[in-house]
Design a protein around this ligand. Sequence first.
Ligand SMILES: NC(=O)C1=CN([C@@H]2O[C@H](COP(=O)(O)OP(=O)(O)OC[C@H]3O[C@@H](n4cnc5c(N)ncnc54)[C@H](OP(=O)(O)O)[C@@H]3O)[C@@H](O)[C@H]2O)C=CC1
Ligand SMILES: O=C(O)[C@@H]1CCC=N1
Length: 283
Amino acid sequence: MPSLQESKLAFIGGGNMASAIIGGLVSEGVNKQNIYVSEPWDVNRDKLAAVGVRTTTVNSEAGADADIVIIAVKPQVTKGVCEELGASWTQRQTLPVVVSIAAGITLNSLQEWSRTSDGRSAHVVRVMPNTPALVGEGASGAFASADVTAAEKELVNSLLSSVSKATEWVDKEELLDVVTGLSGSGPAYFFAMVEHLVASATSLGLSQEQATRLATQTCLGAGKMLVESSDEPGQLRKNVTSPNGTTYAALQTFEALGFKETVDKAVKAATSRAAELGNTLAK
Ligand SMILES: NC(=O)C1=CN([C@@H]2O[C@H](COP(=O)(O)OP(=O)(O)OC[C@H]3O[C@@H](n4cnc5c(N)ncnc54)[C@H](OP(=O)(O)O)[C@@H]3O)[C@@H](O)[C@H]2O)C=CC1
Ligand SMILES: O=C(O)[C@@H]1CCC=N1
């Protein structure tokens, strides 16, 4: 098995998530000539070509001699893409490791859809990354099919580690849907929070620019404390909250309006949607 630096990587789909991972890989020093992206939309393709990676519009061309093929298209088009790739690999003796980042799509579907014309199926790893991969701060969950070897798992691990600070291998496939509801979709929860904080502070008189700088740095600072402090999140919260002070007033308001229940329902909605996508598209 080649190392990550020696491996040929193919991305099928060059949208938001593929661009984030590719950006992370390139800034980690992965050879751009070893990254080949297939993307139908010229705007996305041109952006990736500007980064210096190889591009094409033909999926089978990108995947022809790749060691790892990363399926980074929407769940709804994953079946067609896998069928196209599987058929094109019939002449290959050694099949690539397939890494799918499509929310919800099961290992079973991925292996069935990507069978070669002579009935062989690739070793598949399902991964749920997130967009902070672009700045080397991603969080990823992963689950491998039983036939994935230790060396293949290690290769995928080093791919993920180059863009993720936390890579969690889960021991049941369904848990990847929970990872999707937590960290896959999670960056959007924090972005929405910052949007609302800025809107609120702006309505109270701060300029948009000042409010954005303060809210953004607060988010980064809190995140850094969560990573670096030995205290639990609950303790860090308590450290900010003076008795009957300002934070207490805000947190009481959150609580009275059902903050915990809202977060719980939102994570469960995202988790269920991931499972639903997998079930609906399995046919
Ligand atoms: N965005 C995120 O935060 C995360 C996304 N994911 C998963 O990653 C996958 C991609 O999501 P995201 O990057 O946001 O989506 P995007 O729509 O940004 O990217 C998908 C890309 O695939 C292209 N595409 C469409 N059809 C084909 C095809 N047949 N062959 C090759 N490329 C094709 C699309 O082109 P065109 O626009 O022309 O259709 C588009 O550029 C999804 O399955 C999603 O569940 C996982 C974790 C996080
Ligand atoms: O919203 C979505 O479906 C994708 C999966 C996780 C993040 N974005």
